[in-house]
Design a protein around this ligand. Structure first.
Ligand SMILES: [Zn+2]
Ligand SMILES: [Zn+2]
Length: 357
């Protein structure tokens, strides 16, 4: 079958690989659509980050070259003999987590905090930029007919956002700041509105992404180049600051703006992955008892995300800005998302099945 494999920085190849064999507890899936993620772009431009190179990943047993793609939907075509939760013909998505199952984090149910954590589509063992993939049945989730395969490819990034609300203990009626109108920032806006936010304030410099933020449900978009973001947010929140903030950019400026614009005793949730450290004076949280928490991927968030996307509470309209064939993933996918026109793109989704284009 055909698959896109990461060999090295700027070296992703679409090539013939053996079709995967289903294990007793596994499910074989015919891929319909798979989104290109920001972490795929990090691997493409500056990897390896999550991709094992030089020694095999402890859970997949594989190292580069590895098949990429972790945000995918598809149809079950075969199941192992021990599988009971899905059957051939089912429409599914995969929660692409590799976790050991035996460490203290896994045993406590926090499998996403496993020290051996890997992602299907980065850590080896297959991925969604392929015609077929196989994965453990317990991480395979059925989707209803009301949810298209295209939108289902957005469940994974949407679950990242929903999880960040859970980590921050977001409450109905609160106001929130979101920094950056990229895929995770926009998904966070949608989740906040679906979860009953009073007011969502997006921090985003001037670009078409400001329009995307409003379309996702942001009430206000503030550009740090043209206004004093912190005093503007204070003004919008009755003089005290926002109840919660979500940092999705990995930019030091946005981190400080979001923290400064919070009210006392409020929480900054950091969802972004950072390339470098930042300057930070802890007095910013000592005098105000503000809290800073990190949020990584998802932990039992797929069922809620699937339910909310299936009945339209989370619309996820306008995210898919381009649909491409697997054969064109490098030129039309990776190069577009890292080139001069990248700001206009939110999600590019890829299919191995040209009849879907
Ligand atoms: Zn992703
Ligand atoms: Zn573990």
């Amino acid at each position: 079958m055909k698959a896109a494999r990461w060999y090295n920085v700027k070296d992703v190849r679409v090539e013939e690989v053996p079709e995967p064999q289903v294990k007793d507890d596994g499910v074989k899936i015919k891929i319909k659509w798979c989104g290109i993620c920001g972490s795929d772009l990090h691997e493409y431009l500056a990897g390896p980050i999550f991709i094992p190179v030089g020694q095999p990943h402890p859970l997949s047993g594989e190292q580069a070259p590895v098949i990429m793609g972790h945000e995918f939907s598809g149809e079950v075509v075969e199941t192992g003999k021990d599988v009971t939760n899905v059957k051939p013909g089912d429409r599914v998505v995969v929660e692409p987590i590799l976790a050991c199952g035996t460490c203290p984090a896994c045993k406590s149910g926090k499998y996403h905090l496993c020290p051996s954590l890997g992602f299907h589509g980065l850590a080896g063992g297959g991925g969604g930029f392929a015609e077929y993939t196989t994965f453990a049945a317990r991480f395979v989730h059925k989707i209803p007919d009301s949810l298209s395969y295209e939108k289902a490819a957005l469940i994974e990034p949407m679950s990242v956002a929903l999880h960040s609300l859970q980590v921050g203990h977001f409450e109905i009626g609160q106001s929130a700041i979101v920094t950056g109108a990229g895929p995770i920032g926009l998904a966070t806006v949608e989740c906040l509105k679906a979860a009953g936010a009073k007011q969502v304030i997006m921090i985003q410099r001037k670009s078409i992404r400001q329009e995307y933020a409003l379309r996702s449900g942001a009430d206000v978009v503030l550009d740090p180049n043209t206004c004093d973001v912190v005093s503007e947010i204070r003004r919008l929140t009755g003089g005290i600051g926002a109840d919660m903030a979500f940092e999705t950019t990995g930019s030091e400026q946005c981190y400080h703006l979001a923290l400064d614009a919070l009210r006392f005793d409020a929480t900054l949730v950091v969802t972004s992955i950072w390339e470098d450290g930042i300057q930070f004076n802890p007095n910013a949280i000592v005098m105000t008892e503000k809290k800073i928490v990190g949020s990584i991927c998802y932990n039992n968030d797929f069922p809620a995300t699937i339910a909310m996307m299936s009945d339209g509470r989370i619309k996820a309209d306008g995210y898919i800005t381009k649909r491409i064939a697997l054969d064109d993933i490098v030129t039309e996918g990776f190069d577009t998302l890292t080139g001069p026109a990248k700001k206009a793109q939110v999600k590019i989704i890829v299919t191995p099945d040209s009849s879907l284009l």
